[in-house]
Design a protein around this ligand. Structure first.
Ligand code: DNO
Length: 367
């Protein structure tokens, strides 16, 4: 397991590279050019600027999250080929600075969806919350109206260029069924996987969050059967999945441990976080600890260990604790605590496996 940490870039993140460097066992940053609109080719000078900053702290750039997929590709429009070409060029360019994995998603229009970014937990911290009744019965046009009237209604990760054409996108997606979305994803993968292979970059699709259709828009990366189908669309180790325990974990039917075992070798990137589910379908993000949520993080890390996981992992969202002002879900403290929990489980598993005696002693460090 290679530990990495998401960083939004200078001026765009409250966390510094120096702080990231001080979290035990973090080797690299999970990065992206957040100011380049989906569909555009990433400029090399901006990529190199990122590389220079990361180099200063000895952090690598092996994991990119995300290179976003233009809506025309998901819609299967004739204009998609131009955007797919740009995507290929971007794969080649990030490979030049050492990228080994690209995380992306295929969710129509929106990325992740929550209803409250600062819901108070019983310990006084705040976290991302999803209130089922608030969104699931909402008419899409009502949503469009709300977003247009009040940009505050948008979630982090919802790109402005998409939000600017919401009415048009909802109209276009009326014609797109789940099967169409599968076909469009297949077309995209057939084009990009050979380029990814040639450049040593593994593509890792992120599950839909939450993993069910929203606002009448189809969502397909939702469960074990669908991930199985996805991996077969192009049966290559370069066509993989970002196994996100928090996204998949909000559906109690999703057995994440079983997925880790079945898809071993096709999970280049693990997002590990916990979430507490309520019987009415609401959920809130909690600390990473198994006891704090509904997802058994301990079992998940054990499963990664047992399957010999050598991919990248990152703590996913964290709570906002100790009065931290930060990007929702992306503060320093709770994610750093999460990392130490993950390492604790991992290191214990490693000792059990290797039969390290309890009183191992190496009294002196090399100077
Ligand atoms: C949310 C993230 C997602 C993820 C994309 C991947 O915090 O997990 O925004 O980066 O879905 O493309």
């Amino acid at each position: 397991m290679k530990m990495v940490f998401r960083w939004y870039g200078e001026g765009n993140d409250t966390v510094t590279l120096q702080q990231i460097k001080q979290i035990p066992g973090v080797e690299g940053i999970v990065w992206a050019l957040h100011d380049v609109p989906a569909g555009e080719e990433w400029p090399m000078d901006k990529i190199l600027a990122y590389k220079k900053q990361a180099d200063e702290y000895g952090l690598h750039l092996e994991v990119v999250e995300s290179v976003n997929v233009h809506e025309d590709i998901k819609l299967g429009l004739p204009t998609r080929d131009r955007y797919i070409e740009n995507y290929k060029r971007t794969i080649e360019k990030v490979a030049k600075v050492g990228a080994k994995v690209i995380c992306y998603n295929f969710m129509p229009v929106f990325d992740w969806i929550r209803t409250d970014l600062h819901k108070r937990l019983e310990d006084g911290s705040t976290a991302l919350f999803y209130e089922k009744a608030k969104v699931e019965d909402m008419d899409p046009m009502e949503l469009v109206r709300k977003i247009n009237e009040n940009p505050e209604f948008t979630m982090p990760g919802w790109e402005p260029e998409r939000m600017g054409r919401l009415t048009e996108l909802f109209e276009a997606y009326k014609q797109v069924t789940e099967e169409d979305l599968w076909r469009n994803l297949h077309y995209f993968l057939e084009q990009i996987i050979p380029v990814a292979e040639a450049n040593g970059v593994k593509m890792a699709i992120h599950p839909d969050d939450p993993p069910w259709p929203m606002f009448g828009l189809p969502r397909i990366v939702t469960c074990r059967d669908n991930i199985r189908r996805l991996l077969k669309l192009v049966d290559s180790p370069y066509n993989g999945v970002t196994l996100c325990s928090g996204s998949l974990g909000v559906n109690p039917d999703n057995d994440i441990v079983a997925m880790i075992k079945e898809f071993a070798g096709r999970i280049p990137f693990a997002h590990i976080r916990n979430v507490r589910l309520y019987a009415n379908g609401d959920f809130i993000e909690t600390s990473h600890r198994s006891a704090d949520g509904s997802v058994d993080i301990c079992g998940i890390v054990q499963a990664y260990h047992e399957t010999g996981f050598t991919g990248y992992a990152r703590p996913d969202h964290g709570r906002h604790i100790w009065d931290e002002q930060c990007r929702p879900g992306y503060g320093l403290y709770d994610r750093a605590l999460g990392i130490m929990y993950l390492w604790g489980i991992w290191d214990s598993m490693e000792r059990l496996k290797t039969g390290t005696p309890l009183n191992r002693r190496e009294p002196y460090a090399a100077h």
